[in-house]
Design a protein around this ligand. Structure first.
Ligand SMILES: Cc1cc2nc3c(=O)[nH]c(=O)nc-3n(C[C@H](O)[C@H](O)[C@H](O)COP(=O)(O)OP(=O)(O)OC[C@H]3O[C@@H](n4cnc5c(N)ncnc54)[C@H](O)[C@@H]3O)c2cc1C
Length: 848
């Protein structure tokens, strides 16, 4: 069975929403993000001047009416830090952090057709399997540094705007060279010019730019917007570009010249690119109509830039306006009036090489202290090409797309079942307000996955025929417009050797959405949905409980055992007697003796199991029972099994129980016992901690405390379905809310109420170790989880947090087991298997 339902690659706008949407649909999800923070574009592009060119009211999620009412944008076009703050707020608000693993790059995704699952490898050496893979790796995330001869010899620092140092860069008094004058170059240039001694802008292609007219958001305007936000969002969804733009509805070529100028001037004064391009119906389809806009912008450049020669160089003439991304800036052109800015035309005088002192063109030399590349991205496909993605029969995606990307609806590609691409090639993506397109894709993908799962399908795959027909449609629509007339990154022209294919779908966001909805309503027309034989077997196992475990459940039901939360602690403790009887004796151990460990709060009873004369190490074991129930006697059989399997001395600790002794009594005893065993028993031999359920919690906490207070060094922490957090709102809790699977949500609430009656104490990392801000430096972990267990998800979450903190983790998931099965040796065969696996992990850690 796959570890997860869905792996999401990337945690930008798309990945963040994918985690929320898929998780809300009841699926288990994990997002892997290469960066050390979420936000994607808005995390990486922290260069000065970085800013949206779609208005904040449009460039924001619409999926939550509460979110959109709560959040207030400060500016019409928010700067990078504000967008990043917004995305972090979203992750906080919807509790997404446990399912996002930062600092982890996905290096490979390999399809296993037999098992109907993806094996996803990450750069920390870990491997996860997932039924579905959602690529949210970004259209503009694989940044591109030009291969200039001699760059490595340059003495000064150089920067790419998409990998800007987070601490900032001080250009004061420096001679700075800027290569690239697209959207980013236009944003960063005025900021550098403000402080640099001199800025040289190396321009290959002049770009059209219109003003933003950026300003603080007027609270009255905000109030009015929020009163009708739902309706406004609907308009955005049905629009051409993902932003409701009011056009004249008329062709420019039919407009009297004076009226045309008036319209353009009004929109120029109002600011923004989309209203400008959307003013007339023929601007993006008729070159003569387009020329009217182009000439208007060129006139504004000539008006602004004092030196006529510089102004002419800044006037784009080689492509229609809009065919490359229309840039926006309030101060770019005026910047050229500064005495410390020089425009270098590298089309007529190309860059020859970078030297240690600066940059040499064919005809000149520019001494530079620092270089900035605003040279963009390997757009649309670059991030995917950097992952080793292999579909059916091991076909690499890069091979399939060697002649250009092909994807049905831009969301799925034939030969790569159960893989979806958010805003992939063939969807409106970069030609739209991307947040609208991202939301539409994520919701469509969620619905498709839900459909497949609920109808019992294990594979969803686009057909080659549907993909081909859609590709032809995308090209047909593109060539009915002026878009293909530019050498833009939309066609891959900025990447040497990249096949030139117009990737985005220009038919309009609203039209595209309607087509996607039709496909879904027709039962996913153009897709083949199948159930593999292997998956039939797998599904049968994963939905059913292991037969021996089921017998245990049936026995409890027949005996009328009430749920723990309906009992008093004494009654619940007494309930262990029949369980012990059912289990019977554990395996023989060479020597077993009872001891009392001197603890700071008094003697702590413990039992020492010594299976061999010269064991490779010592394990301190904490039994489960929700800190309220259980004893070394109750856990005798399974601890014997662990001692035999590991070949180590195991010290089973009878810590103080709640409610008589509330938090932190149990963890104090657990830690005191560990410190004593380290000092008095372990000698030079390695030491490990282990425990199940609440005992797994004590083991994890003891490891934390040892790290925090410079306590005993540990070779391993064995966490068997551990309690790691007091949040009972996880999916695995919801699944077992009111259902009797040994442990359910009500039981767990009862345990917490007894153990930590003060709710504030529950967030203490020594009660909920998942809440520790830093898990680095902890010993390697062996984590075991069971499928039919409310603790399943927090076990996963802890394993993931440990991995993110670079702690080596071995994780075993028992796909048909119930909570507590580890203790049921002699009753459930998997208990012996789990003891053997845990024992082997302990032995390996002790010996290695
Ligand atoms: C400077 C700039 C300004 C922009 N302004 C606008 C705008 O105003 N309006 C607009 O609509 N769009 C704008 N865009 C486009 C912007 O990219 C999208 O709007 C949006 O942020 C994309 O979100 P995403 O989640 O799809 O991709 P991204 O934000 O690019 O996130 C993708 C994430 O995936 C991660 N990733 C990639 N590969 C891997 C891997 N193998 N393993 C793990 N993680 C991986 C990356 O680290 C990245 O964090 C702008 C882009 C840039 C660069």
């Amino acid at each position: 069975m796959a570890d997860l339902d869905v792996v999401v690659v990337g945690a930008g706008f798309a990945g963040i929403y994918a985690v929320h949407a898929l998780r809300s649909a009841g699926l288990t999800v994990r997002a892997f993000e290469a960066g050390s923070g979420i936000g994607g574009t808005w995390f990486w592009n922290c260069y000065p001047g970085a800013r949206c060119d779609v208005e904040s009211k449009d460039y924001s999620y619409s999926f939550s009416p509460e979110l959109e009412q709560e959040w207030s944008w400060s500016e019409r076009y928010p700067a990078q830090p504000e967008v990043l703050r917004y995305l972090n707020h979203v992750a906080d608000r919807f509790g997404l952090w446990p399912d996002i693993q930062l600092n982890t790059r996905v290096t490979a995704a390999i399809w296993d057709g037999e098992a109907s699952q993806w094996t996803v490898r990450t750069d920390d050496g870990a491997e996860r399997t997932a039924r579905f893979c959602v690529m949210a790796a970004g259209c503009l995330s694989a940044y591109q540094v030009p291969a200039f001869r001699g760059l490595e010899s340059f003495r000064g620092p150089w920067y790419h705007t998409s990998r800007w140092p987070r601490e900032g860069v001080d250009f004061t008094g420096l001679q700075v060279g800027l290569v690239g004058t697209g959207s980013t170059g236009i944003q960063v240039a005025p900021e550098i010019a403000e402080v640099a001694q001199h800025l040289y802008v190396f321009q290959r292609t002049a770009n059209f730019a219109v003003p933003n007219r950026n300003a603080p958001v007027d609270p009255n305007v905000e109030r009015a917007l929020k009163a009708g936000y739902r309706q406004y969002r609907e308009q955005a969804r049905a629009s051409m570009l993902g932003v409701p733009v009011e056009g004249t509805g008329r062709p420019a070529l039919a407009e009297p010249a004076a009226e045309l100028q008036r319209t353009y001037m009004e929109r120029w004064q109002a600011g923004g690119g989309m209203p400008f391009l959307g003013a007339y119906t023929d601007v993006l389809v008729d070159r003569a109509a387009n020329d009217t806009v182009a000439e208007f912008i060129r006139d504004r450049i000539r008006e602004t830039v004092r030196d006529p020669a510089v102004a002419e160089l800044l006037c784009p003439t080689t492509y229609p306006v809009g065919a490359k991304r229309l840039c926006q800036s309030d101060d770019y052109f005026a910047m050229y009036n500064r005495p410390n800015v020089t425009l270098v035309d590298v089309r007529s005088d190309p860059i020859a090489e970078v030297t240690p002192e600066g940059l040499r063109t064919a005809d000149g030399f520019y001494a530079l202290d620092a270089l900035v590349f605003a040279t963009g991205f390997d757009a649309m496909t670059g991030a995917l090409a950097r992952i080793d993605i292999r579909g059916a029969d091991g076909l690499p995606l890069t091979e399939k797309w060697a002649a250009g990307p092909r994807a049905y609806l831009g969301v799925a590609t034939a030969g790569f079942p159960n893989m979806f691409i958010v805003t992939g090639p063939g969807s409106p993506s970069v030609l739209s307000n991307m947040v609208v397109s991202i939301e539409q894709h994520v919701e469509w993908i969620r619905d498709c996955v839900e459909y497949a799962v609920s109808h019992g399908y294990s594979q969803v795959e686009a057909t080659s025929e549907a993909e081909k027909a859609w590709g032809e449609h995308v090209i047909e629509v593109a060539y009915s417009t002026l878009f293909p007339m530019a050498d833009s990154w939309y066609v891959g022209a900025n990447i040497p050797g990249k096949p030139r294919v117009f990737s985005p779908y220009i038919g309009g966001v609203g039209t595209y959405r309607a087509r996607c909805d039709e496909v879904a309503s027709a039962g996913y027309e153009g897709f083949v949905l199948t159930v593999s034989l292997a998956d039939c077997r797998r599904l049968a196992v994963s939905v059913s409980v292991n037969p021996q475990a089921q017998q245990v459940l049936d026995g409890r039901a027949e005996a009328g055992v009430p749920p723990t939360w309906e009992q008093t602690p004494e009654e619940a403790r007494a309930g262990f007697a029949p369980v012990r009887e059912m289990i019977g004796p554990g395996p023989d151990v060479a020597s077993v003796r009872d001891i009392v460990i001197p603890g700071t709060a008094g003697g702590i009873p413990a039992r020492v199991y010594s299976p061999v004369a010269n064991p490779p190490g010592t394990v301190v074991y904490y039994h489960g029972g929700g800190w309220v129930l259980g004893s070394v006697d109750d856990w005798d059989a399974c601890v014997r099994a662990l001692a035999v399997a590991s070949g180590c001395d195991v010290v089973s600790v009878d810590y103080r129980l709640a409610p008589e002794h509330v938090f932190p009594a149990a963890t104090d005893d657990a830690y005191d016992a560990l410190v004593w065993v380290a000092a008095e028993m372990a000698g030079d031999r390695p030491l490990a901690v282990a425990g199940d359920s609440a005992g797994g919690n004590l083991a994890a906490v003891s490891a934390l405390r040892a790290r925090d207070s410079g306590g005993p060094a540990l070779a391993l922490q064995v966490l068997i379905y551990p309690v790691t957090d007091h949040d009972l709102d996880r999916e695995s809790y919801r699944k077992y809310d009111g259902r009797e699977f040994i442990l359910n949500k009500g039981d767990m609430a009862w345990f917490w109420d007894h153990y930590a009656p003060d709710p504030a104490a529950r967030s203490n990392p020594y009660a909920s170790p998942l809440r520790a801000t830093d898990l680095s430096g902890l010993p390697p972990a062996f984590v075991l989880t069971a499928e039919h267990d409310p603790l399943r998800d927090e076990g996963y979450a802890y394993a993931d947090r440990l991995r993110a903190a670079k702690v080596p983790v071995e994780h075993r998931h028992y796909g048909s087991q119930i909570h507590g099965f580890f203790t049921l040796v002699n009753v459930i065969d998997d208990a012996d298997k789990a003891a053997a696996e845990s024992g082997a992990a302990i032995r390996a850690a002790m010996e290695g």
